[in-house]
Design a protein around this ligand. Structure first.
Ligand code: FAD
Length: 50
């Protein structure tokens, strides 16, 4: 791999993925490490409150 990362996110769930995406969109080199090999569809939320 040989790349350097600005941030390593452990867990690609709602929080980790949102953080990784917003930092990568601002130029950060981000590595997300997720233990699940396959996406497991399950209820994680119906509403987001401000
Ligand atoms: C039934 C239900 C309904 C909900 N409804 C709402 C709602 O309406 N509104 C709301 O705001 N919230 C709701 N929530 C809460 C919301 O889903 C959680 O707060 C949110 O999923 C947390 O996101 P997270 O990324 O912190 O954790 P998670 O989504 O749990 O993600 C953690 C990830 O880390 C991975 N992981 C764990 N350990 C490791 C490791 N050692 N190495 C690599 N990867 C690892 C896991 O595989 C997982 O993918 C609900 C939750 C449930 C269960």
């Amino acid at each position: 791999m040989g790349e350097l990362f600005d941030l390593i996110v452990v867990g690609g769930g709602l929080g980790g993925a949102a953080l990784a995406r917003s930092l990568a969109a601002n130029g950060a080199r981000v590595l997300v490490i997720e233990r699940e090999e396959r996406f497991r569809d399950c209820v994680r939320g119906e509403m987001m409150t401000p």
